[in-house]
Design a protein around this ligand. Sequence first.
Ligand code: V55
Ligand code: FE
Length: 482
Amino acid sequence: MGVTFPDIPLYRGWGAPVRTESTLRDLELVQGSVPRELNGTLYRCGPDRQYPPMTGDDIFIDGEGMVHMFRFEDGHVDYRSRWVRTERFVLQEKARRSLFGRYRNRYTNDPSVAGKSMGTANTNVVWNGKRLLVLKEDSLPIEVDPDTLDTRSPWDFDGAVRAVSLTAHPKQDWHTNELLTFSYQAKGDCTRDFAFYIADADGRIVHEMWFEMPYPGMVHDFAVTDTHVIVPFFPLITDLEVLKKGGPFYQWHPDKPSYYAVFPRRGRAEEIRWFRGPTVSAGHMMNAYNEGDRLHLDLALYQGNCFEFFPSADGSPYKPAPPQLTRLTFDLSGRSETPEMKLIVSTPDEMPRIDERWMGKPYRYGYMICRQPGARAGDIGMGAIGRIDHQTGELVTWAPGPDCGVQEPIFVPRRPGAPEGDGWLLVLVNRFAEMRSDLVVLDAQNLAEGPVATLRLPVRVRMTFHGCWVPESTARTGRYVA
Ligand code: V55
Ligand code: FE
C-alpha cells in the first residue's frame, strides 16, 4: 500500500510531483540586483498531485493546488510554497490516497466523498476586499493568509454568491478596486446557468446578473472593457450521460459555432447582445476595449480544440492548432452578428497578460509566453517571453536559453502613475537540466537585454498557471493604487 505514481509522460522529469512545501528566507541572487522599487508579493498557483490519481492517468489541469509566494522587501526576496487545505486535500490526507477520480467527474469518486467539494484550488490567486483568494473554476474561492499561506476557508462573499463555483479568471480593477467575476454551469454540472457578479473594494457583492448559456460548455476566461463585459462560449461541452458513464468532463463539438455575449458592466440580461462565430476556442484573453461602437477582444485563439485530452464528441481525431494572438472585433451598432477576426502575430503564444492598470482601456502592450525558434517546449509549450506592441506590431522576445522553459509573466508597474509598460516582468524560469527554478526580473521596456536580476531557487516550481502582484501598500490598505 505504498505511494507509487504511474509512469506517465506528465510525471516524467520536470513534471514529477514535488509534494513538499518550502520556506526559504533570502533567495540567492546570482545575477544583477533587485530593484528597490519592488516592494510587495508575487503570488502564483499550480497543481501538484497529493496522491497518485485513482484512474492511473492524469491531465495537467488537475491536481491539488500549491500556492507559491515571493515577497520582495528592500532588495530581499523570501520564498514560500504551501498546498491549499481544500476539503478534498484534507479528506485525502486522512485516507493517505486519492478519493476523487477523473477531472471533475463526480461519478468516478470514491463513494466515501459523495457530496464533498471537488475543488482543487490550483489555477489562480487574486486579491480583493483585503482577502487573498485561491481559485479553481469548479468551486468557490479559498481564502488563505497572505503572509503564511495557511488556508482559512472557502469565501462565498458573505453568503451573497449562490452560484456553486466562481471563475479562476476574475478581473480585479486597479482603479475601482472592484472584482468582476462569474460562474458557468452555475447551478451544478451540466446546467446552462451563467451568473455575473461585481464585488466592491471590500468584497461586498454589489451587482448580480443571470442568463442562460447557448450550451453547457467551459468558460475559462472572459474580458471587460471600461463599460462592457464580453463572455466567449466555445464548444467544449459537458454531457451528463457521458459523465455518468465515467467519461471526460468536456467533449469538443466540431459542428458547433462559438458564441459571444456582450453586455454593459451593470447591465440586465435583456441587454445582452449575442454574436456568433466559427468553431474556434481559447483559454485566455489578453484585454478588451471599446472604440466608438466597436468592441475589440484580443485573445490567444486556437482554430480548433485547445485541449487535446478533451476528445471530439463525434469521434473525429484531434487536430493540433497553435494558439495565436488574434483580435475579434464586435460591431455594437447592430450591423453584424459575426465578429471580424484579425491575426495580430503568427508566432504561437499563450498566457497573455497586460499592465493591469490598462485593463478595459485602449492599450499598447501585451506580455505572454511565446515560441522561440530552437527553444525546448516547457510545460505549457513555449520557451520565450514576448512583448507585443499593438501600435507598431513589433514582438520583442527574451528566452532563457536551451533546456529552459518559462511560466506566465506578471507585470509590476515601477510606481503608481508610471506610464503604461514602465515596470518589470516577474517570470519563473524552468531550468530543466538542473531540475530547479529561477525567478527573473525583466525590465519590461528592455526585455531583449535579459534579466536585471536572477534569483536562484534550490527547488523546482513544477508548474504554475496564473498569479498576481500585491504591492506592499495594497496588502496594508486593501486597495490597489493605479
Ligand atoms: C483551464 C485550466 C484549468 C481548468 C480548466 O486553461 C481550464 C484552462 C487549471 O485548471 O480546470
Ligand atoms: Fe487560465
